[in-house]
Design a protein around this ligand. Sequence first.
Ligand SMILES: [Mn+2]
Length: 305
Amino acid sequence: MPKVSRILAEATRYSGFTAPKSSERRKGRDPRGLPPAEPHHPRAVHKHRTLFISDTHLGTRGCKAELLADFLAHNECEELYLVGDIVDGWQFKRWYWSEAQDRVVREVLRKVDDGTRVIYVPGNHDEFLRDYIGRSVAGIEVVREAIHETASGLRLLVLHGDQFDGVIGCAKWLAHVGDRAYTLALRLNDGLHAVRRGLGLPYWSLSAYLKRAVKNAVEYVSRYEEIVARAAATRGVDGVICGHIHHAEMRHIGNILYLNDGDWVESCSALAEDGFGNLEILRWATATPRSAPQPVRTAPALIPA
Ligand SMILES: [Mn+2]
């Protein structure tokens, strides 16, 4: 036996590996008798120039951490903006942390290691991080606000948006009364009516009450958007990117491009910019359990004028 093949034979004997016989190679059978591996279909990784996420509220039960970790694992970018309310410091007394939330943090740090520039603009729920403005924490730049320049040359002001709360004038909590609460209220209304009648109380419509609240919420959202856009106009920028009200949006208000990246408590949405400067809202859908979430494009990519 020639020397080289004898060494190879020895090596394979000790490593437990044997070269498959040609018949096995043809059938694709594993010579070690192991079952064939599951067909491997790695899920596509979406590439963006920039990603913006906010209102993830890590540290609370409301955070959709599973989906967020999955989103971060399957969406790469050159720059990642964390637009406030990322960690919820208001919940320190009822702190909730899960393995999935841990994965979210690890995914962000992995991005830092892979060369993504990560910029953190603290919001009101994570205002404790405003003490770190101007510093770099674990490779993440903490800033009060930022100007992002798109690939198409637009200058966009990036801020969380809580600074406009005082100016709006309608109740903030009402903005969080969603359609789902209203639908539930419609159902509860019948039960409530029966109870009140039993107690000899007059009819009082919970749904009518909530309808007014929802109308107020819609008003709140549009007023917020207008106030933010107006503030951006005075800053001489082309547009503004914010979060805070958990309502993803992309529209022109006057000459200002108003962009809101949504949240990861309800809508699981992000704002993405591609290599040409096209902007769009991505929703990381929850269609069916166990099926891989995919981005759902809710609006055609906006090519700013
Ligand atoms: Mn906020």
